[in-house]
Write a protein that binds this ligand. Structure first.
Ligand SMILES: [Zn+2]
Length: 574
């Protein structure tokens, strides 16, 4: 086989024999396949070399550049393992994963992958270069490096321990140097700790820097008062705002590159009594979770939600208060639906993330472009799928329904507490019940709760079975249930919580619900019908996550209070 390859390489691909000898040494000393050594030495066209090698060794080739590997395949191999084995999963057939590697016959790699994944392996050949590119594409490193603004001390920053509080030299001057350094450090800590917003606040005798982490603000620094003006000015320069304008609020955007990841911050300045307050909101595209399986839906709920959005036409609502993760769920639905054959249009206020292949329109009511206007324009643009940021009024609702009834899938949000409340709200808005039941496919109510910190998770022995029963846990389950909480540690800043977990309530339309909507039944009754048809309430889904050790009891209760009130008012679903 090797002989045959030699012949093809030298006689057909015109590899110089001297280069061949060099490649053989390289292959032996670097422990790589001869073909990769030849490619490294640019002995001939890399695709042809690879094809010849595959032919002689009866291997298949994976052209990783030309593939779009779905996330559920990628996650079959953990990123660490993928990087160690330099392997990219490309497909799954039954209990076999097909994996692209540099050496398909290397038993160490095959054993490692089988051990780590629990699957049998079928290996295919790929070039070193394409594997490196694919690793960077599918397993991006979540490192921390502010290269655009801190090239010189990037390494130093990366090696810094996780800071929960910034130490500031009180004698720092208001010159550019210390101010730049402080802003860089604040952005670093923001990323390290997974914060969503940075608040830079001026007070009379000091400044305060706070980060919003998992929904709650935490103070990380108190810079001296004399840095107030310089901090605001520097941030305004970075965002291209007018520095001399200090009396009016301004909006802008800052773009930095951190460890190869482009990070955008939306910035807003506001004149306060003691100076300009600046708020930055991180728009980290790589953190946008568009993979639906990672949204935290229970498996059956995800299936029902997916079935609904894949219907040829109709309306699907995702509802909840501000900060409940509605937008993320809608974006992941759009990503799921995003196919070349479909024209997808969105009207958003504002456009938070840009998605490839989707026409996104920024609603500007102040210039006379409302949700209703955008929707009307969309209908003249031959859409298949439409997302409306929010149905705020009857006009928008009516056009959305009309779009749904004329063969389009319409996704939208509302600020309501529950799935059943959403239907009542739409009726109260003045929408015709008959049109509503014809268009509506599904309503998902959502909350974003805080997850117990995995690093300091302990049993919560204060929770007694009787209390669990009062929350709605069946008595036999409650008797042996284990409930956890976070004790508080360095990693979670002492809060006992790290990360988020979404809770859902998925109400899919059925004939009984449609009949109830036609006779304008109250929300309680709609909820009861939904539950008879398999809907779990937010509370019930929260309890499932609590018993699985993802959330503590207080988080469940505080995020699903609406279901509690229903129980106390003597209402029983069964
Ligand atoms: Zn912790």
């Amino acid at each position: 086989m090797l002989r045959q390859f030699h012949d093809i390489a030298i006689n057909q691909l015109r590899v110089d024999p001297k280069t061949m000898a060099e490649a053989e040494v390289l292959a032996r000393t670097k422990n790589v396949l001869l073909v990769h050594a030849l490619i490294r030495l640019k002995a001939a066209d890399s695709n042809k070399l690879l094809a010849a090698w595959a032919h002689c060794h009866k291997l298949q080739i994976a052209d990783l550049d030309a593939m779009d590997i779905p996330a559920d395949i990628i996650q079959l191999i953990q990123d660490q393992v993928a990087r160690q084995a330099r392997a990219i999963p490309i497909d799954r057939v039954g209990n076999n994963i097909i994996v692209a590697v540099e050496n398909p016959h290397d038993l160490n790699t095959i054993n490692l992958l089988q051990l780590k994944t629990g699957y049998s392996l079928k290996t295919v050949l790929a070039s070193e270069e394409k594997i490196v590119k694919a690793l960077a594409r599918y397993y991006p490193q979540r490192g921390l490096e502010l290269d655009k603004y801190t090239k010189s001390n990037a390494t130093q920053l990366r090696n810094k321990p996780l800071e929960s509080r910034l130490v500031i030299d009180e004698s720092s001057s208001a010159d550019d140097g210390p101010v730049n350094d402080l802003i860089n450090r604040i952005m670093m800590v923001c990323l390290q700790r997974g914060a969503s917003d940075i608040h830079v606040e001026p007070y009379e005798n000091y400044m305060r820097v706070r980060l919003r982490i998992d929904g709650a603000l935490q103070e990380i620094a108190r810079p001296p008062a004399h840095m107030k003006a310089a901090m605001a000015s520097r941030l305004k320069v970075m965002a291209g705002l007018k520095i001399e304008e200090k009396r009016l609020p301004q909006d802008g955007q800052i773009s930095v590159t951190i460890e190869g990841r482009p990070i955008d911050f939306r910035i807003n300045t506001l004149p306060t009594w003691h100076g300009e307050k600046v708020v930055l909101r991180i728009l980290d595209k790589s953190s946008l979770q568009v993979d639906m399986t990672k949204l935290g839906f229970e498996a059956d709920d995800l299936r029902r939600f997916k079935d609904s959005i894949h219907k040829p036409y109709g309306m699907v609502f995702v509802t909840g208060p501000t900060g409940s993760g509605k937008t993320t769920t809608l974006y992941s639905a759009l990503a799921e639906l995003n196919q070349v054959s479909d024209n997808i249009m969105t009207a958003e206020d504002p456009v938070e993330f840009t998605l490839d292949g989707i026409n996104q329109v920024h609603i500007r009511a102040e210039f006379g472009l409302t949700f209703a206007d955008a929707l009307k324009a969309f209908l003249r643009q031959d859409p298949d799928i439409i997302m409306v940021g929010e149905v705020r009024d009857r006009e928008t609702g009516e056009i959305a329904i009309k779009a749904a009834l004329t063969g389009h899938m319409v996704l939208s949000t509302l600020h309501t507490n529950s799935a059943a409340d959403t239907i009542v709200r739409l009726q109260n808005m003045g929408l015709e019940s008959f049109n509503l039941i014809s268009a509506l496919q599904c309503v998902v109510a959502q909350r974003l709760a805080r997850r117990i910190c995995a690093n300091c998770k302990i049993l919560d022995t204060s929770i007694k079975p009787d209390y669990l029963v009062s929350l709605g846990v069946p008595r036999d389950v409650a008797a042996t249930a284990k409930v956890h909480k976070g004790k508080g540690c360095e990693l979670c800043g002492g809060t006992g919580m790290k990360g988020r977990v979404a809770i859902h309530e998925v109400m899919v339309m059925n004939d009984e619900l449609r009949a109830a909507i036609m006779r304008t039944a109250p929300a309680m009754e709609l909820k009861a019908i939904g539950m008879r048809h398999g809907m779990r309430t937010l509370r019930q889904n929260g309890l499932i996550k609590m018993l699985r050790g993802e959330m503590d009891a207080l988080e469940v209760v505080s995020n699903t209070a609406a279901d509690d009130e229903a129980e106390q008012s003597g209402y029983h679903a069964a």
